[in-house]
Structure formats: structure tokens, C-alpha cells
Design a binder for this molecule. Structure first.
Ligand SMILES: Cc1cc2nc3c(=O)[nH]c(=O)nc-3n(C[C@H](O)[C@H](O)[C@H](O)COP(=O)(O)O)c2cc1C
Length: 367
């Protein structure tokens, strides 16, 4: 698959998840195979121009994760243009524009999902960025502001006209937040509205089968996975294999999950320092534990994680505690196994696993 001039290993993408898709996680997911393009959390364009260290840390990259895209947000065309140049200079292979974020403090700056309201202004901003850099510029949007304003098909076409290299489309409106199921028909309409720019479908894909359904029902060129990649970092490799062969790979073992978690934590510590890396990893540890079977003992301790040595101590105590739920060979007894996310899927995209992952709640206007 190609995004502009970029040749990708697969047509599967890691969606930006603010607070999660940092370099350590991107490297970890990428190392498992099957992932075509990773994306950073959303980065404030103005913070880059002001030279803020936090923003530069967010765009830091490593050849082992590349190609990588930086996702920018901002409502001022000149700032977005100059920030795109910085991203290119700092080694990004692509720049993505956030047009979907429903959070109040982003929307009120004229960026995020408010960009879906004024197509001419958005088109001009995007053109300014495209003209300023050699790397591809892509846009990530929702279906529209609300169900009365489904503007994504028209906006996608307008952006194709100015030379955007791909459209990422999350199949919900801004007003929906994360509620309800993803609207595959809505994504299909975006695909049908454009002539040749690749359209990447996104939303609620938590298994290889769900990815297949997304491709089949929408005609999209690629699939982007956010929460499903945290729930199961192997999802990209498993999906490539499933799409190629029709066969579902066996799920990783408990030991493999623990090992991946250890490597991920080591990377967090290398990148952020021991205490900060551990503090940020606390919420991530809880995600890994969703697939451990009974894990209350682990989670209660992991939310106070302070060091690598502490992790090893918690893990060995947990492994001891967990034995009571296992048979003689160390396998989790059937009744304690986490619900297989594959099993709930027949002919619809499963939202079961996605719903278990925390998202902002309440009216979107309060976020
Ligand atoms: C915690 C969290 C953080 C997110 N951060 C971003 C972000 O920084 N930029 C963005 O475009 N979308 C962001 N999203 C939306 C996701 O990229 C994605 O569009 C959405 O979660 C649907 O895909 P999924 O069901 O595969 O997670 C975020 C979603 C969540 C749950």
C-alpha cells in the first residue's frame, strides 16, 4: 500500500491515542510485525513553534518504528505549515492533521473536529502544509459534527482536490464521542466520494475478523486500529495473516504477554526515566492485565509501580498467586480464561472489547 510516495509494509495503521501512542509503545507494536504506519499522539503545532520540550519529546522517532507520522493539531494555517516543516526536519515520514478531536479545549482553537465545519478554510490550511513539505500530508476526521451534519464525504473530496495523501475516517460523529457502534456505511460513503486518494477506515476493530468486515463493508483501502492495539498488540500481525490465509493465529501465551510487557516497560524507562516511565506505565499495565485472566492482585499493585525492580517483584508474586487458577501444566483453567474477543464476532464489527477500554464519558460538550 502507498501513502503518497511512501511504500508501506501493510495496509494496517496504528491510530493516535493521546497518552498512549508514545515512542515506547510504537516501537513495541511495530516490533511484532504487520504494522504499516505508526502515528504519534496529537501534538500542538504551536507548542512545536514555541520550542516546548514536551512537544519535541512527542515527535521523537527511531528508525525501528519508521515509517512514522506525526499528528498535528492547530487552527492557524501558518503555524500548521511551519510545524509540518519541523516534523519533516525531525525525521517524520508523514504528517497527519487532526480533524476529529471532540475535546472542548481543542475544538475552541478552531482545530480538531471544528475543522469539519468550514471546508474552504480547512482546504486552504491543508494546501499550505502540502506546499511546504515533501512528505505526505494526511487528514484524520470523523463522519461530521453531528448526525445532521455528515460532512466527511464532501470534506474528503475537497482535500483530495488539494492533494492530501490519505483520509483516515473514524466512523462516528463528533457528537457521538465514543458511544454507539461505528457506522460502516458512513465510512463507505467517504470512500465512494473520493476518486483515488486512499481511505483508511477506523473504529472498533479489535480482532482480525473485525478488520476483514471493515474492509468488506466499506471498501476502504486500509484499516487503522487504536484501542484494539492496546488490548492486543499482536493484532496487526494476526490480521495480516488472517487476511492472507483465512486462518486465525493462536493467541500469545501468558509468558509471551509478560515478556512483551517487560520490554515495553524497559523502553518507557529508557525514554522517560525510571519513575516517570513507571508512572506512565501504570495505566498500560492494567491493559495488559485484561488478558491475564484473574488479575486483581496484579492490578492493585501495578497502579503503584515505581521501578523495574518493583515490577519484577510484583510479577513474581502475581505469578505465584495466579497458580491457583491454573492446572498442573500451568495453563489457566477454562473457566478463568478471558473472553476470546474473536468468539463474539459473527458478521458485525465487535464493540465488546472496545467498550471495555476506558473512553471519556458524558455529553461531548463537557469533555
Ligand atoms: C484515549 C484515547 C485517545 C485518543 N487520542 C487521539 C488523538 O490524539 N488523535 C486522534 O486523531 N484521535 C485520538 N483518539 C481517537 C482514536 O484515534 C480512534 O479514532 C478511536 O479511538 C476509534 O478507533 P478504535 O476503536 O480503534 O480505538 C483517541 C481515542 C482514545 C480512546
Amino acid at each position: 500500500m502507498k501513502i503518497g510516495s511512501l511504500d508501506l509494509e501493510s495496509n494496517l495503521f496504528l491510530s493516535p491515542l493521546a497518552g498512549y501512542t508514545n515512542l515506547p509503545f510504537r516501537l513495541t507494536a511495530k516490533s511484532l510485525g504487520g504494522l504499516g504506519l505508526v502515528t504519534t499522539d496529537l501534538v500542538n503545532a504551536r507548542s512545536l513553534l514555541e520550542g516546548r520540550a514536551v512537544a519535541y519529546k512527542m515527535i521523537a522517532t527511531d528508525v525501528r518504528e519508521q515509517p512514522m507520522a506525526v499528528q498535528l493539531f492547530g487552527g492557524v494555517a501558518e503555524e500548521m505549515r511551519d510545524a509540518a516543516v519541523i516534523c519533516q526536519e525531525r525525521g517524520a515520514q508523514s504528517v497527519d492533521i487532526n480533524m476529529g478531536c471532540p475535546v472542548k479545549k481543542v475544538v475552541k482553537t478552531g482545530s480538531g473536529s471544528s475543522m469539519m465545519k468550514n471546508h474552504e478554510k480547512t482546504q486552504e490550511l491543508v494546501k499550505g502544509m502540502i506546499d511546504a513539505v515533501d512528505i505526505p500530508v494526511t487528514a484524520k476526521m470523523r463522519l461530521g459534527w453531528d448526525s445532521d451534519n455528515i460532512t466527511a464525504p464532501e470534506l474528503a473530496r475537497a482535500l483530495e482536490d488539494v492533494g492530501v495523501s490519505a483520509i483516515f475516517i473514524h466512523g462516528r460523529t463528533r457528537a457521538q464521542g465514543f458511544s454507539g457502534g461505528v457506522d460502516l456505511e458512513g465510512i463507505r460513503k467517504v470512500k465512494e466520494a473520493v476518486s483515488s486518494v486512499p481511505v483508511i477506515g477506523n473504529g472498533d476493530v479489535t480482532s482480525p475478523e473485525a478488520a476483514r468486515i471493515m474492509f468488506e463493508r466499506t471498501g476502504c483501502d486500509g484499516v487503522s486500529i487504536g484501542r484494539g492495539a492496546f488490548y492486543n498488540p499482536w493484532i496487526f500481525r494476526q490480521t495480516v495473516h488472517y487476511l492472507d490465509t483465512g486462518e486465525l493465529l493462536p493467541d500469545p501465551t501468558f509468558e509471551e504477554r509478560v515478556e512483551l510487557m517487560r520490554v515495553h516497560l524497559e523502553r518507557m524507562i529508557d525514554f522517560y526515566g525510571e519513575l516517570k516511565g513507571c508512572i506512565q506505565f501504570r495505566k498500560v499495565a492494567v491493559w495488559y492485565a485484561k488478558r491475564f485472566g484473574p488479575s486483581k492482585f496484579f492490578k492493585d499493585k501495578a497502579i503503584r509501580l515505581e521501578s523495574m525492580a518493583h515490577f519484577e517483584e510484583i510479577m513474581s508474586e502475581y505469578i505465584e498467586w495466579r497458580r491457583r487458577f491454573c492446572d498442573d501444566s500451568g495453563e489457566l483453567l477454562e473457566k478463568y480464561r478471558p473472553v476470546d474477543p474473536y468468539s463474539s464476532i459473527t458478521d458485525k464489527v465487535s464493540v465488546d472489547a472496545a467498550e471495555k477500554i476506558k473512553v471519556p464519558k458524558g455529553p461531548v460538550s463537557n469533555w
